[in-house]
Write a protein that binds this ligand. Structure first.
Ligand code: URA
Length: 217
């Protein structure tokens, strides 16, 4: 079996677990678990906030209007959706598209962690304030950090995090759409750039210092 096959099979296993998840109250209101979609071997991954109504209906991420704009932004840099992996912080739709709550984020976090660990992207584009703050571990708003790649260690591996406006914000405000197009232009160069030095090999979990246990940030 190739590495890619092993990775895909492991991801399918996580998908199977997530698809029957009842860890938080969203299990009662969702129509589908929106696990994520795309290339399990991708160098580039995107993380949005949570599925909306159309995603909940279809069981796929970013298939509504914001998703259409994301597809267009990818095409602008010569990429297709099949070239990347697209996921969300939450796998289930919060009723009425309200903001995710702490219990929901905590319950869902292991699924996103597994996705990042298995896909091993070189670049993670965080779409919007919510995903950006969670994955960077920094409360600074998206307007101040967007478009500049940050070096992070996620799941024990170095990765570039690229904070980006949420495509839905681009649909509302033409100037934001232009900034998104501009920020996407950084991606091809980042894909070529060597990753920052990796961390020291991580000790087995029971031997780690508390500050080595955090996954994101
Ligand atoms: N907004 C998100 O953050 N994610 C989706 O999948 C759709 C809209």
């Amino acid at each position: 079996m190739t590495d890619a096959t092993v990775r895909r099979d492991a991801l399918v296993e996580v998908y199977n677990q997530a698809s029957v998840c009842e860890l938080c109250p969203l299990a009662e209101t969702r129509n589908s678990v929106v696990f994520g979609a795309g290339n399990a071997d991708a160098d580039l991954m995107f993380v949005g906030e949570a599925p909306g109504a159309e995603e909940d209906r279809q069981g796929l991420p970013f298939v509504g209007r914001a998703g259409g704009f994301l597809t267009e932004l990818l095409a602008g840099i010569g990429l297709k959706r099949e070239d990347v992996f697209i996921a969300n912080v939450l796998k289930c739709r919060p009723p009425g598209n309200r903001d995710p709550e702490g219990e929901e984020i905590d319950s869902c976090r292991p699924y996103l962690e597994s996705q990042v660990e298995l896909i091993e992207p070189r670049i993670i584009g965080t779409l919007g304030n919510f995903a950006t703050k969670l994955l960077t571990g920094n409360p600074t708003g998206i307007t101040r950090v967007r478009g500049t790649a940050q070096e992070h260690v996620i799941g024990g591996r170095p990765v570039y995090l690229l904070p980006l406006f949420h495509p839905a914000a681009g649909l509302r405000t033409p100037a934001v759409a232009d900034q998104l197009r501009q920020d996407f232009e950084a991606i091809p160069g980042l894909l070529e750039r060597a990753l920052p030095e990796g961390p020291e090999p991580i000790a087995p979990e029971h031997e780690r210092e508390p500050d080595q246990l955090g996954f994101f940030g």
